[in-house]
Design a protein around this ligand. Structure first.
Ligand code: ZN
Ligand code: ZN
Length: 364
């Protein structure tokens, strides 16, 4: 048996669709077929060589698929449900080492110093060829958090927020929750921004204002039912006027502002959108995009809690999957997704890079 996978062989160069032999399932792990693989903003940075990763590498750290073969000793998922070939599952991208200081002492496995991540640092040369989700088949190693997919939720809907959803669960559960009745401003209208807005709505926020762009993305968010108010700041002639509009809509500032843009300059703007005594939660700056100017007086004058949140771990994926039926019932998640066969990988990446699609997902 063979599997096809999209491989990053050289930074900045076109990717290649390659064929690999499918090994038998490792003890404690499994072989998963009929994979769906999401394209994440991080993948664009990986392809450009912005992060130190080993090559060649099968990309794709977000996935959904069907269990083909269970390795010896693999019988249950992360919630204790029995697993069998034919079950559809999702899995967490990273496995924490369990022994470094963040894992063992700081109770924050997301900060693990030795994370092994599918589609990021499991190179083909390590003998783990099929270790990314931009493939029809992936081999999951022992220690992977695997969870049976949510009943009644279509694969593409489940994939809409596959990386963004758990990232937001981590941020809202571990770092700064949304409280009932709060006014929330979300900066950014990509998948992370929409996940933040959707979870804020489900958490009981009184009003969720999405500040982003371009206009088509905001329209798509609105059509999917995500966010109460949508303001285009990227296409505005006068962005300051839009920020002033946010302050006016929130009566001087939001209880909580969530940064999901990833552009450093957004932080200086975001600090001015929180009310005095409010919170500023920074999620979007996952890749180091450089320095920016901020006015620290805003932090003191507004007496802000400024909080960072990094990535997620298996427990947060489990919560995302648990929430999926609720998310899918309220929001039109599948509408956010554009499906691509593996052969059209170059087109899919370009569509994500240009902002032409909200979320690209490979369908094998
Ligand atoms: Zn991602
Ligand atoms: Zn660790």
């Amino acid at each position: 048996m063979t599997g096809r996978a999209v491989v990053l062989e050289e930074f900045g160069a076109p990717l290649a669709l390659r064929t690999f032999a499918v090994p038998s399932a490792p003890a404690g792990g499994m072989v998963v077929g009929d994979c769906y693989g999401g394209v994440c903003g991080t993948d664009l940075h990986l392809q450009q060589g912005h992060l130190p990763i080993p090559l060649p590498l099968v990309l794709g750290h977000e996935g959904y698929g069907t269990v083909r073969e269970l390795g010896a000793g693999t019988v249950r998922d992360a919630l204790g449900a029995e697993l069998a070939p034919g079950d559809t599952v999702m899995w967490a991208s990273s496995i924490a080492c369990g022994t470094c200081p963040p894992c063992r002492r700081y109770r924050e496995p997301t900060l693990c110093e030795n994370r092994r991540t599918y589609g990021v640092n499991r190179a083909v040369g390590d003998g783990e060829a099929l270790s990314g989700s931009w493939a029809d088949t992936i081999v999951l190693q022992p220690g992977t958090t695997v969870v049976k997919s949510a009943q009644g939720v279509e694969p593409l809907a489940a994939m809409a927020l596959a990386c963004a959803g758990p990232t937001v669960v981590h941020a809202l559960y571990e770092r700064r929750p949304v409280r009932v009745g709060e006014t929330v401003v979300v900066q950014g209208s990509g998948p992370v921004g929409l996940a933040a807005a959707a979870f804020a709505q489900l958490a009981g926020a009184a009003r969720v204002i999405v500040v982003g762009g371009p206009a088509e993305r905001l329209e798509l968010a609105s059509d999917a039912g995500i966010g109460d108010v949508h303001l285009d700041v990227t296409g505005a002639d006068d962005p300051d006027a839009v920020l002033e509009q946010v302050r006016s809509l929130t009566g001087g500032g939001a209880d909580l502002v969530i940064e999901c843009v990833g552009v450093p300059a957004a932080v200086a703007q975001g600090l001015t959108l929180a009310r005095r005594g409010g919170s500023y939660l920074v999620i979007g700056q996952y890749t180091d995009a450089g320095d920016t100017l901020v006015n620290p007086h805003q932090i003191v004058y507004r007496q802000l809690d400024v909080i960072g949140s990094w990535a997620f771990t298996g427990a947060h994926l489990v919560e995302y999957v648990r929430m999926l039926p609720t998310l899918a019932a309220r929001f039109d998640l599948a509408r956010l997704v554009t499906a691509f066969p593996l052969e059209r990988h170059a087109e899919a990446l370009e569509a994500v890079r240009s902002g032409g699609v909200m979320k690209a997902v490979f369908t094998g």
